[in-house]
Ligand binder design. Structure first.
Ligand code: SAM
Ligand code: SF4
Length: 330
C-alpha cells in the first residue's frame, strides 16, 4: 500500500482536523473580542465529508486523528461524529482538544469509545478572574470541574497552557504544583501570532528555554524519552503523580520529526501550521472526486511539505501569520 511520506523522509501518520471554526470563548491570544468572520455553514465540511477524508487518509497510513476547532463541542452532534469515526477500523487513536466548557455532560459517553484516548483541555489560569480576562467568558468553575471529572475518568488528560508574557507567567509554578497529586500532563505552549489580529502587544517572548528555567527555579526535573514525533519535550518531577511538558510551538525546534498534516473546518489541507493552506479538499470532493483521486492527491500534497515551519511561513502567499487559531485547529 502507498504510504504518505514527504520529501524529507517523514512518515505522515497523524491528522489534525478542525471540526468547526465556531467557539463559545474568545481567548485573547486566539481571536478579537468580537470574534472572527465565520464561514457560512455550507462552507464547512459535513461530518460525512470529514469521515470520508479521514477514511482515505487512514488507507494511506494515518493512524491517529486529533479533533479540534474552534470548539469541537459547539458543533451539533459532535459526540455522534466520534461514534461514527470509531467505526473506522484503520484508525487507532482519536484525540480531542477542547476548552472544557461544554464537555462534562458527554464524558460518560466518550469514555465508552475505545479509540478516544486523550483529551487536551485548555486552561491558562487557575484564578477565576484572570481566566475570565483571558477567555473573555466567566466559565472557570465549569472548566475546572471538567478538569477534575476528566482526571478521575478513564481518559488520559493533558492540560494546554499557553504561556502569555505578563499575563499568566506568574502561574507557571502553580501549574507545575498541580501535577503533585493530579494525574495530568501539563504542557506549556509558546504563544504564537495566530490571534485573528486581536492581540495586545507582546512585551516579552516566553520561549521554551525561559519556561524551563522558570520551572527549574523551584523543581528538579528529569527529561523523559518522548516519541520522536512528540510536539512537547516532557519531564517528570520526583514524587509528582503527573508530568510536565513544553511545546516549542513558536521556536519550532520539533519540525524535523513532524508526522502531522491538518485539515481546516472549511476543508483546506495544510502541510504545516505555518503555511496558509495548500489545497481546497472541500471543492475537490464536492466536484465528484473519487477516493482513488483523493489518495493520489494526498500522496502528491505531502511531497510539498516544507522542511520546517520557518520555510512554511516564508512561502506564504496570503500575508503574515495573523489568522485565528480557531480557523486552523491548534
Ligand atoms: N477550542 C479548543 C481549545 O481551546 O482547546 C480547541 C481549539 S484551540 C485553537 C487549540 C489549542 O490552540 C488550544 O490549546 C489553544 O490554547 C491553542 N492556541 C490558540 N491560539 C494560540 C496561539 N496564538 N498561540 C499558541 N497556542 C494557541
Ligand atoms: Fe476558542 Fe480555543 Fe480559540 Fe479559546 S483557544 S477562543 S477556546 S478556539
Amino acid at each position: 500500500m502507498n504510504k504518505l511520506k514527504d520529501n524529507f523522509g517523514r512518515q505522515i501518520n497523524y491528522v489534525r482536523f478542525a471540526v468547526t471554526d465556531r467557539c463559545n470563548l474568545r481567548c485573547q491570544y486566539c481571536m478579537p473580542a468580537h470574534g472572527i468572520d465565520l464561514a457560512p455553514r455550507q462552507e464547512l465540511l459535513t461530518f460525512k465529508e470529514m469521515y470520508r477524508i479521514i477514511r482515505v487518509l487512514t488507507e494511506l497510513g494515518v493512524k491517529k486523528v486529533r479533533l479540534t476547532g474552534g470548539e469541537p463541542f459547539v458543533r451539533k452532534d459532535f459526540v455522534g461524529f466520534l461514534e461514527m469515526l470509531s467505526h473506522n477500523d484503520l484508525l487507532d487513536v482519536i484525540n480531542i482538544t477542547t476548552n472544557g466548557a461544554l464537555i462534562s455532560p458527554h464524558i460518560a459517553s466518550i469514555e465508552k469509545l475505545e479509540k478516544v484516548k486523550n483529551i487536551n483541555l485548555s486552561i491558562d489560569s487557575l484564578q477565576r478572574d484572570k481566566f475570565t480576562k483571558i477567555t473573555r467568558r466567566d466559565v472557570f468553575p465549569e472548566v475546572y470541574n471538567t478538569l477534575e471529572l476528566l482526571e478521575k475518568s478513564s481518559l488520559h488528560l493533558k492540560l494546554n497552557v499557553v504561556v502569555q508574557a505578563g499575563v499568566n507567567t506568574d502561574e507557571i509554578l502553580d501549574f507545575v504544583r498541580l501535577t503533585k497529586d493530579k494525574n495530568v500532563a501539563v504542557r506549556f505552549i509558546e504563544e504564537m501570532p495566530f490571534n485573528g489580529k486581536g492581540q495586545r502587544k507582546m512585551t516579552e517572548n516566553w520561549t521554551f528555554k525561559k519556561i524551563l528555567n522558570e520551572i527549574k527555579s523551584e523543581f528538579k526535573v528529569s527529561e523523559v524519552n518522548s516519541e520522536p514525533s512528540s510536539t512537547s519535550r516532557n519531564y517528570t518531577i520526583e514524587k509528582h503523580t503527573g508530568t510536565i511538558g513544553i511545546i516549542p510551538a513558536f521556536t519550532r525546534t520539533i519540525c524535523s520529526d513532524c508526522n502531522r498534516i491538518r485539515v481546516t473546518s472549511k476543508g483546506t489541507f495544510k502541510n504545516c501550521l505555518f503555511d496558509d493552506g495548500v489545497f481546497n479538499l472541500r471543492d475537490f470532493i464536492r466536484n465528484g472526486a473519487s477516493n482513488e483521486a483523493l489518495k493520489n492527491l494526498f500522496l502528491s500534497l505531502v511531497k510539498r511539505k516544507p522542511e520546517n515551519g520557518f520555510v512554511a511561513e516564508a512561502n506564504r502567499t496570503k500575508g503574515n501569520v495573523t489568522e485565528s487559531m480557531s480557523t486552523i485547529g491548534g
